[in-house]
Ligand binder design. Structure first.
Ligand SMILES: Cc1ncc(C[n+]2csc(CCO)c2C)c(N)n1
Length: 219
C-alpha cells in the first residue's frame, strides 16, 4: 500500500499508541491463556477484577445508547448490552466455581489501581456526553481484546476457564460488533480528534496495567 494512503481514524489511534498496544496484546497473560497455563491465583485475581470492570462497562454502554446519533447504532448497543448481561456473566460465575473462588474472597479482594482507573475513565467518558469519547474507550476495550484473541494459535486449551476466555473475544457476533465500533469512531472521531486521542491513549495504558496487575499476587 502506498504510504500516501489515508489511514482510517481508528488505525491512526492505534498507531499513536503502537508500543503499549503491542505490549498488551502480546502480554504474558495472553500467552499463558493460549497455553492453558495461567497460574490459578493469577486467573482468580484477573477474573475478580474483570467482573468489576464489567459493571462500569455497562455504564459506558448506557452512555453510548444515550449519545449515539442514529437509531441503528442505539439498537446495536442495546443488543450488545443484552448479550454482555447474559452469557458473559455466567462465564464468570462458572469460572469462579471451577477456580474455587468463594464469594468471601471476591468481596474481600480490594480493587487494583487499574480496576479503579478503568472504572473512573468509563464513568468520565460516559459523563462527557460525547459519543466520540465513549466510542474511544469502547473501541480499546473491545478491539484490543479481539486483537489478542484472534492472533493466538489453535487448538485452544481443554480447560474451559482458559478456552472460553478466548472464544468470548473471537466469535462472529463479537467480531461484527468490533467492526461496527470501529466504523462509528472512523465516522465521528475526525471532528473530535483531541478528546478521542486522549481517551483512547489512556485506555490502552490501563489495559496493559490490567494484565500486569493480575500477576501482583503470590503465585
Ligand atoms: C480489562 C478488560 N478490557 C477489555 C475487556 C473486554 N471486554 C470488556 S466488556 C466486553 C464485552 C463483552 O464481552 C469485553 C469484550 C475485558 N474483559 N477486560
Amino acid at each position: 500500500m502506498p504510504n500516501t494512503t489515508v489511514q482510517r481514524f481508528t488505525e491512526q489511534l492505534r498507531q499513536a499508541n503502537f508500543q503499549t498496544w503491542e505490549d498488551a496484546v502480546g502480554h504474558r497473560f495472553v500467552q499463558e491463556i493460549f497455553a492453558g497455563t495461567v497460574p490459578q491465583p493469577v486467573m482468580a485475581q484477573y477474573l475478580i477484577q474483570d467482573h468489576r470492570f464489567l459493571d462500569s462497562f455497562l455504564t459506558l454502554l448506557g452512555g453510548a445508547i444515550a449519545t449515539a446519533d442514529t437509531f441503528e447504532a442505539r439498537l446495536r448497543f442495546g443488543r450488545f448490552a443484552g448479550m454482555v448481561s447474559g452469557d458473559e456473566n455466567t462465564y464468570f460465575l462458572r469460572a469462579f466455581e471451577a477456580l474455587g473462588v468463594t464469594p468471601t474472597q471476591r468481596e474481600q479482594t480490594p480493587d487494583t489501581t487499574s480496576t479503579q482507573g478503568f472504572s473512573a475513565i468509563m464513568r468520565e467518558a460516559a459523563a462527557t456526553r460525547e459519543y466520540a469519547a465513549i466510542l474511544a474507550v469502547l473501541n480499546v476495550a473491545e478491539w484490543l481484546y479481539q486483537d489478542w484473541a484472534t492472533r493466538g494459535t489453535k487448538p485452544l486449551p481443554k480447560d474451559f476457564v482458559h478456552a472460553e476466555w478466548v472464544t468470548l473475544h473471537d466469535n462472529a457476533f463479537f467480531n461484527d460488533f468490533v467492526a461496527f465500533l470501529r466504523s462509528e469512531l472512523d465516522r465521528v472521531g475526525p471532528t473530535q480528534q483531541a478528546i478521542a486521542h486522549d481517551f483512547f491513549g489512556r485506555a490502552v495504558g490501563l489495559e496493559l496495567n490490567f494484565f500486569d496487575q493480575a500477576y501482583q499476587v503470590p503465585h
